[in-house]
Design a protein. Structure first.
Length: 280
């Protein structure tokens, strides 16, 4: 039986992540590993994202060892969503090998419904041979074309010095990819730096779309901004897909999702955060 991994230490996760610089390959060893809960999935994928960021390289071929892997039904949705986001953000091509029959069927069903090539092989050598045939994107240094200008951000950010609230209006805004995320967050960081202080963040997510190719960078920039400048963050009117992704990442990344239905409820939550801070 695969090991139960809810409390697996970081060192053990790191031992399962290897970068082959000469091949431009990131190898994820899921062999005999049990994704027994969403927490386990999120911990592993948090670490994959962090390790890729540490390399300084945006794109890698993904080589995934699925020998003996078990993905519990309760963890499958998180596994699928986190894997899709990671692939769209950083993969030049993903190849899997030694899938068990149960896992193979799961992945092939997902491939049929989500329109991706599972690239399943019986052994590591065959998987590496397939990767050798895939084109590298690194030389191209692909740069996404901007979808927005600075003027699109200006009207979406406001500061209330009396209440100490910075309001970010992401309503009906689509983050298509990392360029959209970086352009908007660069502007937010610039404006906050000008104020010289920390703020409570009030975030309007009504109709906001964070597409899978943008999620990794959205999470990274949001975490950095919150750690550096937030006294607390409250979000409201998140659609079901966005709320699910936020709550999923909150399980392992040490923050409260603080999602409310309406702006007035979000403001009430900020008042609670202020009261909590006043009482230590």
């Amino acid at each position: 039986m695969p090991e139960t991994t809810t409390a697996v230490p970081r060192a053990e996760l790191d031992a399962r992540i290897t970068f082959h610089d000469d091949l431009q390959v990131m190898e994820a060893d899921f062999s005999d590993f049990g994704f027994d809960s969403t927490i386990t999935v999120n911990r592993f994928y948090d670490r994959l994202e962090a390790r890729i960021a540490e390399t300084g390289e945006e794109f890698w071929f993904f080589l995934v060892n699925l020998s003996g892997t078990q993905i519990e039904p309760s963890a499958w949705l998180a596994y699928s969503r986190r894997g899709k986001a990671l692939n769209l953000a950083h993969s030049m091509g993903s190849v899997r090998f030694d899938a068990s029959e149960a896992t193979r069927r799961q992945i092939e069903r997902a491939a049929n419904t989500e329109a991706f090539d599972p690239n399943l092989f019986s052994d590591r050598a065959a998987a590496l041979s397939r990767i050798a045939d895939l084109p590298s994107k690194r030389r191209a240094r692909i740069a996404h074309d901007p979808n927005y200008s600075r003027a699109d951000f200006v009207r979406r950010l406001s500061f209330d010095a009396d209440s100490g609230i910075m309001e970010a209006d992401f309503s009906h805004f689509t983050f298509h990819h990392s360029r959209d995320v970086n352009d908007f967050y660069d502007y937010i960081e610039e404006r906050i730096e000008e104020t010289g202080r920390r703020w409570y963040f009030l975030v309007n997510l009504n109709g906001c779309q964070i597409l899978p190719a943008a999620w990794v960078q959205y999470a990274l920039r949001g975490k950095r901004l919150n750690e550096g400048a937030a006294l607390g963050s409250v979000r409201y009117a998140a659609g079901s897909e966005t709320e699910a992704d936020i709550r999923m990442r909150a399980e392992t990344q040490g923050f409260r999702p603080n999602i409310r239905n309406t702006r007035s409820e979000a403001l009430e939550r900020i008042a609670e955060l202020k009261a909590e801070a006043a009482h230590g």
